[in-house]
Write a protein that binds this ligand. Structure first.
Ligand SMILES: CC(C)(COP(=O)(O)OP(=O)(O)OC[C@H]1O[C@@H](n2cnc3c(N)ncnc32)[C@H](O)[C@@H]1OP(=O)(O)O)[C@@H](O)C(=O)NCCC(=O)NCCS
Length: 429
């Protein structure tokens, strides 16, 4: 069902419309997915794709922009799309904070650079702010789009390629046990292990439950059906509790290359044991994986560290802080001390000066809005997003002219925002 709403200035002659899904296919929801496929250069969606889409976006706000009817190019299709839904991020020390997740951002090629993305983004951020959500989060196809809207890179992903021949030998015996599992029979276990991961890792972004469809191979959008090559292995700790699960695909019949589709490990021992199992599979020569923990113990846990090659480092999560008071109050702080900073925000949501006082490592911060910015380091809100999980360091951002201030002010930003743990996010959305 489509309903009209107009909380932002929409460029003439376009109109903003909200589409929602109750989980079943409707013409309006189908047309959103068709527009998304057009924008992302995907194959035209089949009935099976449209059915899955309607389920997956149930309850999400599918914001669309339409041109006056009849649309001469694609009757019924919106020219721009953006989906928004509430989820959670781990802000450190096990705190999960409600956050707006933004995805499926597209503008039809014939309507680009007319301010339609800006309209959709302003609308989504205004609503999140009104609803009291302190953050918006997204993952990006291009690095140049979202900084202007106040998003900063907040988590990173790295890819590895592992030599899985006789050279792969661990220098210790990880605890627990690894076993194979029917990929279609462990949905609850996958959800349980991810939930433990999400609770344990600063920077983790929650996943929608349908993620298990991809991990199990039940549904692969690229195949327009199931992926029957998916295999799964599970790690149990010494008490028999599952704490790691991997889905992987072997390239072909009798193949020698593994691609890890999804790895969730809540402890270093679970992670290392899962790698070892994959590397021990007969006929396998290489393993490729993405989203590997930036602090992975693997290269330190093998006798020959050159069997682990890091092939790509990239941004994963982008964080937009909307409410600095709340964001700082719910952050897990690892260092005692104080810092004062002034935030600039061209969209106005987070402009101001704040003083943070932390009495002891691990204690919550006292967050005070102050009127005098004389003794404050100055940074833009995107840089604050990059500092938030400890991924961007204060001295690096200062060297890049993203933070200005005296040496002491910058040292205070660097020290207070640095974290003892390393943020780890494994969710693309
Ligand atoms: C990226 C995309 C959504 C931009 O939409 P758009 O309606 O053309 O963007 P707008 O006209 O609202 O532009 C807003 C601002 O972003 C800039 N911008 C837009 N797309 C950009 C891009 N790909 N790279 C750099 N800057 C970009 C514009 O120049 C403009 O800057 P300004 O406000 O400082 O003048 C659109 O080109 C698209 O659909 N691309 C393919 C799908 C895609 O990549 N989606 C992003 C998914 S994460």
């Amino acid at each position: 069902m489509a309903e009209s709403t107009s909380p932002v200035q929409v460029p003439d002659p376009y109109r903003l419309e909200l589409v929602t899904s109750d989980g079943s296919r409707t013409e309006a929801v189908d047309n959103v997915q068709r527009a998304v496929a057009l924008g992302f250069h995907l194959a035209q969606p089949s009935d099976a794709v449209l059915e899955h889409y309607a389920t997956y976006v149930e309850g999400e706000r599918l914001w669309t922009i339409r041109q006056p009817d009849p649309d001469p190019e694609f009757p019924g299709l919106p020219v721009a799309t953006m989906a928004a839904y509430p989820s959670t991020i781990n802000t450190g020390h096990g705190h999960l904070e409600p956050t707006t997740f933004i995805t499926d951002v597209t503008v039809r090629s014939s309507h680009r650079r007319r301010g339609l993305l800006r309209t959709l983004m302003t609308n989504a951020l205004n609503r999140s702010k009104e609803e009291g959500l302190p953050f918006a989060a997204l993952t990006a196809t291009e690095g140049s789009i979202y900084g202007r809207f106040g998003y900063g890179i907040s988590t990173r992903a790295q890819n590895v390629e592992i030599v899985a021949d006789g050279r792969f030998k661990l220098n210790h015996e990880p605890s627990g046990t690894v076993s194979m599992a029917d990929p279609l029979a462990i949905d609850d276990l996958r959800l349980e292990v991810f939930s433990a991961f999400h609770q344990a890792h600063r920077g983790s972004h929650n996943r929608e439950p349908w993620h298990v469809d991809f991990a199990s191979g039940r549904w692969d959008p690229q195949k327009d059906g199931p992926n029957r090559r998916i295999r799964s292995i599970v790690h149990h700790d010494d008490d028999g509790k599952p704490d790691g699960v991997v889905s992987y695909e072997i390239d072909k019949d009798f193949g020698s290359k593994i691609t890890v589709v999804d790895m969730v490990a809540t402890t270093p021992d679970a992670e290392v044991a899962l790698w070892e199992f994959l590397a021990s599979i007969d006929l396998i020569e290489t393993i490729k994986a993405w989203g590997v923990d930036p602090a992975t113990p693997l290269p330190w846990a093998v006798e020959d560290p050159r069997v682990v090659k890091f092939t790509r480092h990239s941004d994963l999560g982008w964080l937009r802080i909307l409410d600095v008071d709340r964001a700082m109050a719910v952050r897990g702080w690892d260092h005692q001390g104080s810092v004062t900073f002034h935030v600039t925000d061209s969209m106005g949501y987070a402009e101001g000066t704040w003083r943070i006082d932390v009495d002891a490592p691990g204690a919550p911060a006292t967050v005070t809005r102050v009127s005098d910015s004389t003794d404050a380091a100055t940074l833009d809100v995107a840089a604050l997003g990059s500092l938030y999980f400890g991924v961007g360091r204060g001295f690096s951002l200062a060297a890049a002219h993203r933070i200005t201030g005296t040496d002491e002010q910058i040292a205070a930003v660097d020290r207070m925002f640095s974290t003892v743990d390393v943020a780890h996010n494994i969710s693309e959305f």
